[in-house]
Ligand binder design. Structure first.
Ligand code: ZN
Length: 597
């Protein structure tokens, strides 16, 4: 599982070759009686490993990133038949799940039930209502699973290549089905599909050939492999050519809009964010919060101005004042050569701080390893946490940091200014301690496959953002005005993510308005703002997770502080919150507030 500031891969509709269809679930009748008693153990049996195996066989491209390699050789063909089969599986499972009364289950199982129900409903909604399989051509791309099979050493090279060989056989059928599935796509996803499928072509290029040559596959296997690669390349090229043709046709003005609209937005928000609020409520809250944060930043600017500009009067306009100070302070940053060492030092300092201030107990047996992002994962310069998936909990967790050596001197300088002396610690807090890394360790402690696999992004991102706030409240960073100023700048980015996403998808915000919001009111660079504009055209609701999750956690904490008065401890609250893994916050709020049993 990789968590970082990046566009996560979109769910690709999965299909299953009919000959591989093996019903591993209990029959509907047997399953209903198994769970009618509402017993948690029986729930676990009905929706445990066998259920998940069946799920993965219908979603083989998602199984590989999760580390479930039993389905590595299955190449989906995303046609009508596959969608119908997936729909049947989802509807049947939902029907069985609905017979289980939540109040008959223990809290952890109740959380599992809620996560699974939301996942099943969301996938059915996508098939029937949202229909991304029809308008988003970038959903069809073989690159990610192929990339992972070729570059993750879960098995000897020959075994991995044989899985690739089996998949290759169905690649021409895959792309033919993709083209048949698409009707009136968006221009933006069409352009993305052309670009990303170009990447798929590269993946089947000379490097793969070298891997095949260096392996001990038989001569016959090598010949077959090369023949299938040729056919796959032709299929991908044909898909790209077909998309380019569509592009010409769409340019006439008939394309599906990338803006998903109010109704779909609220529905998707309810599935993906699940904090109990509506999207429009969150947007209202973000608007008010933006004003509060800017007011705070202005007070800090007033306080700091004479220290950095003793001979110059501050600009009269608020945003100009704050922006000028931010640009000046950003020049204070570590050197390119000292960057990785500084991140390592931060990880060690943050661990000590969290322990000394009793914020949350940390497991000393699960050290975090800081490393430069490996070659095959590069492409984005952002930091990320690379944690073992639920099927490989013993593997180490890595904190991948930006490969600054691959940047030009100007790009490296711009990156280091962005992640300056005060922002780099916030990045380490968010990604590592007490952010994503600590949350994942707690999530892996609750031995629930369902919650690990279908992690709620508002819970995951919300915790990391809440962690930044908690560290600042504990006095981290010597409680200086500079540290608070940059904390608020970072915070403003999360708030503006909501205003941007809702603005663009629901309120028709234009590109110029979006760029104005990000660069002028949130002090982002042109490059960062352009990246966000691109992301908001290609995803919806994803950008809400940070602020939606953190504001829900903070609201819950403040409510419990009042209700529990003298009984409340911060460490106790944090540990109880994380004990429910990455379940939706609407449910965690209920469970955390209830007395432990
Ligand atoms: Zn994050």
């Amino acid at each position: 599982m990789r968590i970082g500031i990046q566009i996560s891969s979109q769910r690709v509709l999965a299909a299953l070759a009919p000959l591989l269809t093996v019903c591993l679930m209990l029959s509907p009748a047997a399953q209903a009686s198994a769970v009618a008693a509402g017993d948690s153990a029986q729930f676990a049996a009905a929706f445990g490993a066998k259920f998940m195996d069946r799920y993965w066989r219908l979603h083989p491209d998602d199984a590989i990133p999760a580390g479930y390699y039993q389905v590595a050789a299955i190449q989906q063909v995303p046609d009508e038949h596959a969608r119908a089969e997936l729909h049947r599986f989802l509807s049947d499972s939902l029907e069985h799940l609905e017979r289980v009364r939540p109040d008959a289950l223990d809290p952890a199982t109740r959380a599992d039930r809620a996560v699974l129900e939301s996942q099943l409903r969301s996938e059915i909604w996508d098939l029937d209502e949202f229909r991304s399989w029809e308008w988003n051509p970038s959903l069809y791309n073989i690159a990610q699973p192929f990339d992972l099979l070729l570059h993750t050493e879960y098995a000897p090279l020959e075994q991995r290549l044989r899985a690739v060989l089996a998949r290759l056989d169905r690649v021409p059928a895959y792309y033919a089905a993709a083209a048949r599935s698409i009707h009136n796509p968006t221009l933006e996803h069409t352009a993305l599909a052309i670009e990303q499928n170009g990447g798929a072509l590269e993946l089947l290029g000379p490097d793969l050939d070298k891997q095949i040559e260096s392996s001990s596959l038989s001569a016959a296997e090598k010949t077959l492999m090369r023949r299938r690669i040729g056919a796959a390349q032709a299929a991908i090229s044909a898909y790209i050519a077909w998309l380019k043709d569509q592009q010409q046709h769409l340019a006439a003005g008939s394309a599906h809009s990338f803006r998903i609209g109010r109704e779909h937005y609220e529905q998707k928000f309810a599935f993906d964010i699940a904090t109990g609020d509506s999207a429009s409520e969150l947007n209202q809250r973000a608007l008010a919060e933006k004003e509060r944060v800017l007011t705070r930043m202005d007070l800090l600017t007033e306080q700091l101005w004479p220290k950095y500009f003793p001979d110059t009067a501050p600009p009269a306009e608020r945003l100009e004042r704050i922006g000028t100070l931010i640009r000046a302070l950003s020049m204070q940053h570590v050197s390119k050569a000292g960057y990785t060492g500084e991140v390592k030092q931060l990880v060690s300092d943050l661990t000590q701080w969290v322990q000394d201030h009793h914020l949350i107990a940390m497991d000393p047996d699960k050290p975090l390893k800081v490393r430069i992002t490996p070659d095959y994962q590069q492409g984005a310069t952002d930091a990320s946490i690379d944690a073992p998936g639920p099927y490989n909990p013993g593997a180490p967790t890595f904190f991948n940091v930006a490969p600054l050596d691959s940047l030009s001197p100007e790009q490296a300088e711009s990156y280091l200014q962005e992640y300056n002396r005060w922002v780099l610690p916030i990045l380490a807090i968010h990604e590592a301690i007490p952010g994503h890394y600590v949350q994942l360790i707690y999530a892996n402690k609750s031995p629930s496959l369902i919650k690990s696999v279908f992690a709620n992004t508002a819970t995951v991102e919300g915790w990391a953002v809440y962690g930044e706030r908690m560290m600042m409240e504990s006095g981290y960073g010597s409680d200086t005005a500079e540290q608070w100023l940059f904390y608020y700048k970072w915070n403003l980015r999360e708030i503006c993510n909501v205003l941007l996403d809702y603005g663009v998808h629901v309120q028709g915000m234009s590109e110029a308005e979006a760029l104005q919001l990000l660069t002028h009111e949130a002090f982002q660079t042109d490059e960062e703002a352009r990246g966000k504009w691109r992301r908001v055209q290609l995803t919806a609701v994803q950008l809400d997770a940070y602020y939606a999750g953190s504001s829900a956690i903070l609201a819950l904490r403040e409510r419990l502080k009042r209700e529990q008065a003298g009984q409340f401890t911060l460490e106790g609250f944090n540990e109880r919150l994380l004990s429910f893994g990455s379940a939706p916050l609407s449910l965690i709020s209920e469970l955390v507030a209830a007395p432990a049993r």
